[in-house]
Structure formats: C-alpha cells, structure tokens
Design a protein around this ligand. Sequence first.
Ligand code: GLY
Ligand code: MN
Ligand code: MN
Length: 442
Amino acid sequence: MSQTYRRHREQLMNRLSDGLIVLSGGQEITRNNDVTYVFRQKSNFLYLTGVEEPNCHLLIDPKDRLVTLFIPRTDARYKVWLGYVPSPKEASELFGIDRVLYSDRFKDEVKKAAKKHKKIYTDPDAAKFLNGTLKEPGGTDDLEDALWELRAVKTPGELELLREASRISGRAHRAVMKAARPGMKEYEAQAIFEAECLRAGLKHLAYPSIVAAGKNAAVLHYHRNNAEIKKGDFLLIDAGGELNGYGADITRTFPVGARFNTRQKDVYTVVLEAQKQCIGQALPEKTSLDLHLCAMRVLADGLKSMKILKGKTDDLMENGAVRLFFPHGIGHLLGLDVHDGMGGKRRAMPNPSKIKMRFIAKLEPGFVITVEPGLYFIDVLLNDRKNREKYKSFVDFDRAESFIDIGGVRIEDDIVIGEQGSPLNLTDVPKEIDDIEAACDL
Ligand code: GLY
Ligand code: MN
Ligand code: MN
C-alpha cells in the first residue's frame, strides 16, 4: 500500500509545485480524565501517508521532491501504558517514506525548508502549530481544494480498499437480514452489523449506524437505535465499515419477520426502480444533477401511480412537492470521508435547473459515488399547515398520511464510475424483493 500513498504525494507535488506543503495529523482528544476519544486520523493525512497514529506531521518539498514524516518521540512511560511505538527507521520502512524524524524537529525543519520557497501551503492544524514560526503560513484554502480535487478520482490502491470495505460491510448487512427478528431492539440489529465489521478487523465504522424500524425510518439520520422492532415493520439500516480510512455507505430496507405487504411493496418498488435507473446513468459526462433529476422523475411518477401526487411530473419536481417525500440528494462522493467533499472548486458547474442542489459536477472515471434514492412519509412535513396549503392541488395529504406507519425506504449502493462507461457496483447485498425475502430466511 505504501506505493499508493507515494503516488498521492507525487500527485500533490505536481499540483502544488510552486510552494512548500505542510500538514499536521490529528491529535488525541480528551474525553474525560485519563480517557481519550477513539482516535481516527484526519482524512487528508491518511490520503498522503496511510499513517493512523496521532501527533504526526508531514513536510513536502516539491522543489527537492523531498518528503519528511515527523512522528512523536515517546518515552518509557508512554510505552508502559500504550505499548510499542516504531522508531524513525522502522517507520520509514513501514510507511515507505524516506525521511522520518521526531516531531520535536518539525518547526526547525519547516523553517529551514521555507527559506527556499515564496509560497507555503499549510492545513489549518499545521498553521496553528506553526503560529509564530513562519511569517505567512497561508495557502490553506488552496491546499484543501487541491486535495479535494485529487481525492475525487480514486487510485487503484484506494479502489482496492473501498472494494474490501464494501465486501465486509455487505456481509454484515446480509447477517442482519438473516438474524433480525420481531421483538429485537434496533440496537440488537446494529450489534449484529458492527460485530461482523469488527470480526473482520475493521477498527472504525465509516459513520454512526442508522438502524430505524417503522416510523423511525422517516428520520433521515436517525441515531437513537433503541426502539423495538415490531413484526412486519420495515427496518432501514444505513451502515458501513471503514478499512484504513476508506468507507462503505450502504442502506437496505426490509420487513422483519414477514414478507413485504402490498403497501410496502408499492413504495419499495418505486425506490428500487429509481435506484436502478440512476445507476444506469452513472456514466462519465453525466452530472450529479442528471442523476438527481432522474431519481426525482421516477419517484414523482411512482407517487402519482400510488395516488399520492397529482399533476404534471415536471411541475411536481420544480415546485417542491417531490421534496416532501425525497428531501435529500441522490448521493455523494465516497472515500476517506463518507461525504467525500465535492471534488474541488474547478469542477463546480452552474445549475441550469430550478431544482436546488449544493454542488453540480460531471462524473469522471474513478469517482466513487453513492446512489441512494428514498421515499419517506415524514409527519412534520405532511402535517405542516403551510405545506398543506401550498401543495393542496398536488398532494393527497390524507392518502400520504396513511403511509406514515411505513416510515420510509432508502436503497443505497456504492458505485465506481468506469473508464469504459459501465458503472461498477461495489455493493453486494440483496435488494430485489424475492432475494431479500430469501436472505431474511422467510
Ligand atoms: N450514511 C449517510 C448517507 O447516506 O449519506
Ligand atoms: Mn450516503
Ligand atoms: Mn448512507
């Protein structure tokens, strides 16, 4: 793997060849008294080094093509309590970085190297650390943007890690389908997922697991995970493990202890159709807006056929009626962060439509994106007086309300945009109704 990180550093040196680059890794944060939060390295630092230890720094000099990693000097007491820490020589071999020094040399080394450069690029933590050491640390936004730009297109080593994180997470989702039973608490289903990840050696999850039964599935980032799962309830589980920083982001929704009933089937089939069509559109040159519009259109048509929406599909998309039932985006980039930035400022495109979107960019080979349409029956939106007034000729609110007990359905897969155009789906978890019922041991 050290070749992968070397390649990332080379790419960054080529992109910011006109200055010195300085980054600080994450520090441990106290939770209380002698206890720290579980440490997770900062994503940019992982991207450039693969180093998962706290209190490190990185100095990259593109002029001399020289990279220096700084690691903490630990004393005997540290070793007694927290164990063995590699020496600079060992760290150099381990991480494939030629020059490794102790962190107490960091400021002096930066000062020395800075003399050869007019421009310095520092990340915010390094800037704080170097406060007073350099005249103008600066360059923070440019460094951040360059890293977002590079991180959007995954290198082969990164794809390997994403594929493995997906494989393990997929197995964990299948374990939940097999074992979930009525009467369990949501956290028991969560425990099954997370145990599978831990058993496979994953130290972290990519994000807090969302395990939502029945109505709770209408809370988009539900985290309480403590309600009882009733027989026949939909269980929405949005969870993914993380391997060396690279995550999976997978959602499945299935009924527990029963087959899909007719209403569940109706809603589920619409979301699945939207997801399949969007994955089919996940091609280079298509934009994130294209995918979002594709999802909105299928969902709007589906809600019309369920007699929940009425009117012209284009109007329903533009006037916000569809948003009442699909109030989030179709997906996002995935990588070292579960929401892996936007791909850098250079990729930003104007929005030609009336649909609000945070960021629009063309898809490129090597992007890894999530495709995650959903339909939700959200009490606070459906029973809001203003919404009822505004959308009275487009939404049958009484009918929509009768679906509130279903909660919601989201189906989320992780997709690599392919060179040849054909998207590669990293997610291997049943999503067809028959396959889910079989996986649930019904
Ligand atoms: N798991 C959060 C998301 O799907 O964006
Ligand atoms: Mn997602
Ligand atoms: Mn998700």
